[in-house]
Design a protein around this ligand. Structure first.
Ligand code: HH2
Length: 280
């Protein structure tokens, strides 16, 4: 991939790590830990030290069944953190994890560099904000909203359907004026998917390469790991590293993770194995 995000140029196959900062009271694995802006800022600096390439800041939990957060509340959680990071000279690009155009615009004005939209452009106004700002955007596959998405996890061929639906999202983005070179695609692990769908998507993620865009996956601590390994949410790091390894071997460029230092080691070793397999 070759993409400028904020002050950094990402030029190569990666893998690159997006470190997670959840400024929420109710995220599924770390809700309430970083709701205080000072703690969120400190956490972002810690992830940078651990080797993150970018931090992803969110103010709304998207776990299955999560209640929606009003835009003004989400903005109140996120924007001061972006502003404080920039005021303190934070060197990495900042991504804002939001589905709302108003929150995205305010975060970009405060110094964010990328929009991570888990709704796949459900809000057409968000596409226009991204297009006008000329910033990159992560377009993730889902169906419905966190409130009803699990009832929509019905597929004949999950990899083929996710690929076709992401192609539609990409077309919608282009129609709204988003530069296709500014898009990163994500199959949406855990969003409108059963545990079996998540495993199959990770096994077949290379099929999404046909869409011609860099890929991102977010398996970190998710419940399919709990299901496959019988591990509670606080004990899913080893399973997360297995999923990171599988994704890197399949050619995925970006991994969204909570535990950056261990994921970095796993991703680097997986990348070294990936690169050793290439014909020279
Ligand atoms: N997963 C979550 C949130 N944002 N963004 C992308 N692009 N891909 C993902 O898989 C993804 C995402 C859910 O994880 P988390 O932020 O840890 O939890 P919560 O939604 O409960 O805040």
């Amino acid at each position: 991939m070759r993409m400028r995000i904020g002050a950094r140029l990402f030029d190569g196959p990666g893998p690159y790590l997006m470190g997670i900062v959840n400024a929420t009271p109710d995220s599924f694995s770390d809700g309430g830990r970083f709701l205080d802006p000072d703690l969120a800022v400190a956490h972002a600096f810690r992830l940078a030290e651990e080797g993150a390439d970018l931090v992803d800041l969110g103010g709304e939990s998207t776990r299955p069944g999560a209640p929606p957060v009003p835009a003004n509340e989400e903005q109140r959680r996120v924007v001061p953190v972006v502003a404080a990071l920039r005021a303190r000279g934070f060197a990495l690009p900042i991504s804002v994890d939001t589905t709302k155009a108003t929150v995205a615009r305010a975060a970009l004005e405060a110094g964010a560099d990328l929009v991570n939209d888990v709704s796949g452009l459900a809000d057409p106004a968000l596409a226009r904000v991204v297009a006008e700002a000329g910033v990159p955007v992560v377009l993730m596959h889902t169906r419905g909203t966190p409130a009803d998405m699990q009832s929509r996890a019905r597929y004949g061929d999950v990899a083929a359907e996710v690929r076709a639906e992401l192609a539609l999202v990409l077309r919608r983005a282009e129609a709204a004026g988003v530069d296709p070179e500014h898009t990163i695609l994500d199959p949406g692990i855990g969003f409108a998917k059963t545990p079996e769908h998540n495993l199959e998507l990770l096994a077949r993620v290379a099929e999404l390469r046909a869409l011609g865009r860099p890929l991102l996956v977010g398996p970190s601590r998710k419940s399919f790991i709990g299901k496959a390994a019988g591990a509670p949410v606080e004990d899913r790091l080893p399973g997360t590293l297995a999923a990171v390894t599988a994704a890197v071997l399949a050619g995925v460029e970006w991994l969204r993770v909570h535990d950056v230092a261990p994921a970095r080691q796993a991703a680097r070793v997986a990348a070294a194995i990936r690169d050793a397999a290439r014909p020279r």
